[in-house]
Design a protein around this ligand. Structure first.
Ligand SMILES: Cc1cc2nc3c(=O)[nH]c(=O)nc-3n(C[C@H](O)[C@H](O)[C@H](O)COP(=O)(O)OP(=O)(O)OC[C@H]3O[C@@H](n4cnc5c(N)ncnc54)[C@H](O)[C@@H]3O)c2cc1C
Length: 438
């Protein structure tokens, strides 16, 4: 397709921009500008929840998960010291599964899909500026590989430049907060009792995740709490080694030590950022440039795909020349997206905080370990299958109040549990614009 007038410009061919472009009707003329089209090797977006797979399938793009040696994930194995138990997705809804994959391979599949579409033009370029006229976004400036600058125009610009977005500040109030860092390695030759499960290890002061991403390879993500990046000097790595070995299950230690020797430790900040988009004509934010939550629950891609479904519903059948209809569609997207993503955001941010409070962590582990509704209820939310916030809040408070008798036998501890649970959840609910009677 030759360049010229486009209906839509998409900034960034990552998870959000790539899937959004691929999900558009064949009559929509789209320009996708991605600053680096080579396959990335990164530690983000590697565990897709069943709700994310369902959304991708609903868009007719389920095949993008094929041919990349992705691994089935059937639920979670929770580990705290010598105690462990397993929760299965299948008990939430028969037949659902998650998937573990290499994010770079998934992106390559997405980009190959874009290359096949006649209505989509993909260029490599770094978008440097969002162009506006009379308070309306009309296009972008980008720099090509050879350093030349190009301007392109469209009726709608979708800004999906990811977690480190530098373009979002024109379209939203930026309230980005680093809650912790994830340090990642690939572990090989692991012999696990539940190989096709995510493992959430909450033995120490910092959670650790382990899940399969391709044959004989497991991602380990180690949380480093606080807003300061971990140091990567020799001594710091030694300290990290000691602290992780202390809390890692025995069967993972040899693989972890080998990975520390052979693989390059990658570090990424974990953000919380609520949606505070301005309503600017001609542009819309999507993906991590709009909204972020802690990645502990692997909810980012599921939230992004829910947003794409929501935006697509509003854009369906639209005449891109009709500025008023376009503006209304974007407004309707911003107004209605919340109900699809709030449970994902609330659970991710709340669970991370729960795991940093010893008493609440203990209570949460005990609650989930009971099985039945206590396990499948929270998992239905985490998997992105159930988006009912009242249901989520019911389970959240039941964790803290599971032994009402403790109000009599251990009143100080019980009141502390309740107070701490409330202290955690209140600001998170406020960020999501949810009012709760607590
Ligand atoms: C440590 C970590 C682990 C995570 N793990 C999971 C997980 O297991 N499961 C899950 O569902 N979610 C996970 N997430 C969240 C998930 O990765 C994101 O929600 C998702 O990748 C967001 O997609 P995006 O398109 O907004 O950003 P990205 O996928 O990062 O895409 C942004 C794209 O924009 C391009 N770009 C940036 N600036 C420009 C520019 N100026 N011009 C042109 N192109 C540009 C970039 O090169 C990139 O390709 C994790 C996040 C973190 C931090």
């Amino acid at each position: 397709m030759s360049t010229g007038e486009f209906d839509i410009i998409v900034i960034g061919a990552g998870v959000a921009g790539g899937v959004f472009a691929a999900s558009q009707p064949s009559g929509t003329r789209i320009l996708v500008i991605e600053r680096d089209l080579t396959e990335p090797d990164r530690i983000i977006g590697e565990l897709m929840q069943p709700g994310g797979i369902q959304a991708l399938t609903q868009m007719g793009l389920g095949h993008l998960l094929e041919g990349i040696d992705a691994q089935e994930v059937n639920g979670y194995n929770l580990i705290k010291g010598n105690e462990r138990f397993t929760i299965h997705y299948d008990e939430v809804q028969k037949g659902i599964k998650g998937i573990g994959l290499r994010n770079g391979k998934f992106l390559t599949n997405i980009r190959q899909e874009l290359a096949k579409r006649e209505n989509i033009t993909v260029v490599q370029g770094n978008v440097t500026q969002i162009l506006e006229k009379d308070n309306t976004v009309i296009g972008v400036n980008y720099t090509q590989e050879d350093g030349t600058s190009v301007s392109q125009y469209a009726k709608l610009t979708i800004v999906c430049d990811g977690p480190m977005s530098v373009l979002r500040d024109k379209l939203s109030k930026v309230n980005k907060q680093v809650t912790s860092y994830f340090m990642g390695l690939v572990m090989k030759d692991l012999e696990l009792e539940f190989p096709s499960y995510g493992h959430m290890i909450v033995t120490g002061d910092f959670p650790i995740l382990v899940y399969p991403i391709h044959t004989n390879a497991y991602r380990i993500l180690i949380d480093y709490p606080g807003g300061k990046a971990p140091k990567m000097g020799k001594e710091s790595i030694e300290r990290l080694k000691e602290s992780v070995v202390k809390v890692l299950p025995q069967e993972m230690i040899a693989s972890f030590l080998k990975a520390l020797e052979e693989d390059q430790l990658k570090v990424m900040p974990n953000h919380a950022m609520k949606n505070q988009a301005f309503r600017m004509k001609g542009a819309v934010l999507l993906g991590d440039s709009l909204n972020m939550r802690h990645p502990l629950t692997g909810g980012g891609m599921t939230a992004t795909f829910s947003d794409i479904l929501c935006l697509n519903e509003q854009l369906a059948g639209i005449d891109f020349r009709d500025e008023t209809k376009l503006e209304n569609a974007v407004n309707a997207y911003y107004n209605s997206r919340g109900k699809n993503v709030e449970t994902i955001n609330i659970l991710a941010n709340a669970l991370y905080r729960v795991f940093t409070d010893d008493e609440l962590k203990e209570a949460c582990f005990e609650y989930l370990q009971k099985g039945g509704e206590q396990a499948t209820g929270p998992l239905s939310i985490l998997s992105g299958i159930n988006r009912n916030k009242q249901f989520l809040l019911k389970h959240f408070f039941k964790v803290a109040m599971q032994h009402p008798i403790h109000f009599i036998t251990k009143p100080a501890k019980q009141i502390r549990l309740y107070k701490n649970a409330s202290r955690i959840i209140r600001p998170i609910l406020k960020d999501e614009g949810v009012s709760a009677m607590i």
